[in-house]
Design a binder for this molecule. Sequence first.
Ligand code: 5GP
Length: 207
Amino acid sequence: MSEGMAIVLSAPSGTGKTTTCKLLREKLPNLKIAVSHTTRTIRDGEKDGVDYTFISQKEFEGKIENKEFLEWARVHNFYYGTSFKSITSNLQDGHDALLELDVQGVESLRKMKYQGIYILILPPSIKEMETRLKKRGTDSEESILQRIKTGKEEVKKYKMYDYVITNFEVDVTVNTILSILQAEKVRAPLYTPTSPDIEELLKDGVD
Ligand code: 5GP
């Protein structure tokens, strides 16, 4: 069986990432979500083990020491990390896996030449991002300012990604991601012959 694809998704806070991921999960029931570990506090509506695995700073540092993370970063004063466990077996079983990472996580994965499709979702404007964060009502004024600052830095790093999508409308964004995934699956190097006669032709194929 061929391995699944890792889909690495980043989006500054207030870009509509949560809704995008929820819709993606509905459209792609076989997609496995790599549930990250974090030391930040749980928000209303979030579930431990589903949205994140919420752990203490001490536990997180223990996991860093035990080399349990594919990557980890400090974002907005909290730790966030993707464990090897949350992803490897899914990919080996042929499932595609979605990793939601900030830019530092993407930087680490790119450095280690981690195979995947890297997608960045951006807000139509910084103003719009601020409006969405305020409307969400889950963050303090200070936290909103910090998230905007981080968001601006993330926009500047857009060249690390394979695809950049501006989230004007979430349905369109989700359809764009689905199209990207479809196209990635039929890349020429991934082609496998579907019949003995085609397989025969490939044996004396030309480069
Ligand atoms: P939030 O607290 O709003 O859920 O997430 C804050 C930021 O942390 C987002 O940019 C999100 O993509 C990022 N993040 C979530 N999980 C991970 C992870 O496992 N690793 C890294 N590097 N960033 C993560």
